[in-house]
Design a binder for this molecule. Sequence first.
Ligand SMILES: [Zn+2]
Length: 873
Amino acid sequence: MLTQKSIKLADYISYPFLIPSINLDFNIGKDSVGVQSSMIIKPKSTESSNLILQGCQINLLSISIDGNELNSEEYSITDNELIIYNPPLLEFELKIKSQIDPFSNTSLEGLYLSSGMLTTQCEAEGFRRICYHPDRPDVLSIYKVRIEADKAVYPILLSNGNNKYSGKLNNNNQRHEIIWEDPFPKPCYLFALVAGELNLVSDKYITNSGRLIDIKIYVESGDEKYTQHAINSLKKAMQWDEDKYGLEYDLDEYKIVAVRHFNMGAMENKGLNIFNSKLVLADSRTATDDELERVESVIAHEYFHNWTGNRITCRDWFQLSLKEGLTVFRDQSFTADLHSAGLKRIEDVSFLRNFQFAEDQGPTSHAVKPNEYVAIDNFYTTTIYEKGAELIRMLELLIGQEKFMNGVNNYIKTFDGKAATTEDFIDSVIKGAYSEEKNCTFDVEKFQNWYYKSGTPEVQISQEWDSTNSILNVFFEQKIDISSTNQNKEMVIPILYSCYSREKACQPIEEEKLLVLDKNKRKLQINVPSSERNAPVLSIFRGFSSPVRWKSDLSIDDYLFLFLNDNDYFTRWDSGQLLMREIIKSRIKKEENSLLEDRFILAIKQSIKHLETNDPFFLSTLLTIPGFSELEALFENVDPITIYRESLSFQISIGIKILQDLRILSKNILLNINQTWPLGKGERKILGTIWSFLALAGDTKVKRNCVDSIANSSMTIVRAALDALKPLDSNETKEASYLFYDIWKDNPVVLDSWFAYEASRPSKQGIDIIENLLSHPKFDWKAPNAIRAVLGGFSKNIESFHSLEGQGYLFMAEKIIEVDKINPITASRMVKVFSKWKTYIELNKEEMHTAILKINKANISSNTREMVELILK
Ligand SMILES: [Zn+2]
């Protein structure tokens, strides 16, 4: 077995050299690429130290310093490093000539081939596959890049920054060259190069100060018609960042390239974003409303990085959340401002609870600022991104929005052009927000614990009603794990609360207020008007004011009350989710719950009446059954198949009981269904919900409607129809799926959703169907989207994946080993489907363990090895 070498935050030492500028020269040939780098290098101190550069799969041709070629005693070379002994003590120029082979690079890191075009991915450590370089984010340089290639094969040659020159080569008419210059210092992970046959769609944006920016979207031929939504989204993002943060775009052009073979969603390379094509190519015919919103937010996210990430970057990869948490927070605020803040909050919380909370419960749980790692690629997690964003959100809540903005502006002013840490961020935000630090209203040091502690904090809440004095006493306690000294720390937990009169439901007695729980225990006293005869209903953690779990003594009556009356979107939705979880739990435990179910159904009927026309999107959200992973979290010994079946049977029973209400509702919303996004999205959403309930309840007319809408509806309606039919394994399901395939078989982006659908749909054929999908002529092993669609889809096919003979687990293990051979990053992410193995009932646990051991015994990459070892631990 390999021994895994881990990298520790405590070992950080700044790089002993500065590299103020780099000139890169790429000569693209038929089966290799010549790379020549010239770097100006300045030692930071007068003491001599060896110059260590990283490099991987590079064929070194020559090295020279200030024009003198080095002989073999003056340097040494290993698989990963180039060490130059005793370089000059004053500034010098290092020139390295080398050759790389992007054509056989399947890792999708460094320079590689995707659908005939050459493209790069350098974050986190891909630059070392292009040329010898320190390849660490705290080394910032100005880049000048020359690319030459055959004009017929690679008519488009792109890199970061502004175009300085392009033309034919004098000595060879078939080849052309282009020069790009990026005037802003950047770390090498933001370097990008694209070469190939691409079509350009261009547009313009004028900044508030009157500067003209060229927007250029590059896509494969035939995809031009799907770019308008991406362009609109980019313009909205540019405008929003100027209006809200005062941040203007800084280069003359902004380029986006859509690539089919891509490990990530998108990459914020300075001035040359590279996107997974599914996040660029979208219109209402090919993408659902949710997908359109996702494209809009990812385009914005990568754009926002231009300041939070690119102009100010991370000192080292332990600070990853410095750029990601902050930028996710910014893209969430953008979407909230453009659409509905309340609904966006519910969507984000639901995602956080299903994925980040689940991560916290498993073996790969880690802090937002981890202190060691083996493969940094394994740290692109929901904890770094989504929990990181929650920490910024809490900071904004604690400081207040206006002051918080002053704080962020101060951070940007202080660190522009530099590499920073999360502590630098907090410190400069506090300094910018408050004229004097002593005016800060919370304990900053305790707040920082959020960055260092792993796991989801817990808060216990209990109430005491003092009817004589009309006072509601509320006791808050944060659970602190005393078993670990490192974790034994109080946190700053902001709690938004309010309370309602039980008699006059719509009127909060207490307007929303903020309580800062910064000690182990705290008591809150709410004075209630003496006219109130009963204890008021407490509404806590409104807007999900902290990413914690809480337990309270609120009663079922209280939750029903909040579900019907709370004016906070989140609390209202959350109360319904809690009630549904309780119902599903009692069904699984075979406990009597008919009274609760009946009362809940009654509350649903009331909500339908109140919300059908004024907020159909919210109504649909209220009717959404809790996510599978949230249900799993309710049990010590998880029986996945039972959870799946009981959750489904609960949906069927709701469907049967509200059949008439849904039929009336579906007639009332039809008028707005065909409006252009974002209009009509609430109506489309609720129609999908109605179809799902009615199809489950056995409504044959609805099943037919679903099949009939596959051919000519917007993608939102089409996918709603497919989803409604999915759990049924009926003739209609097969017919609809086949129709969909037939229409979209030549559009790989849309077809991925069909692969995911087929892989996740319950079927008696079990894993044979998955095997067929993987050998389907339209399946592309090199596209991570396709792999995720089929294998990820299969992991959600609860009855097949968790089948008790363990066949599903073994099959998944074999496929992960295969994927690992060509793409370790995708494989190491797929392994996480096994991360909760210890929480399952005995039989599943054993079989899953056998499958993980199978991967562990195989010859796998260090990325996947790290995940497997963590999971087995
Ligand atoms: Zn990002």
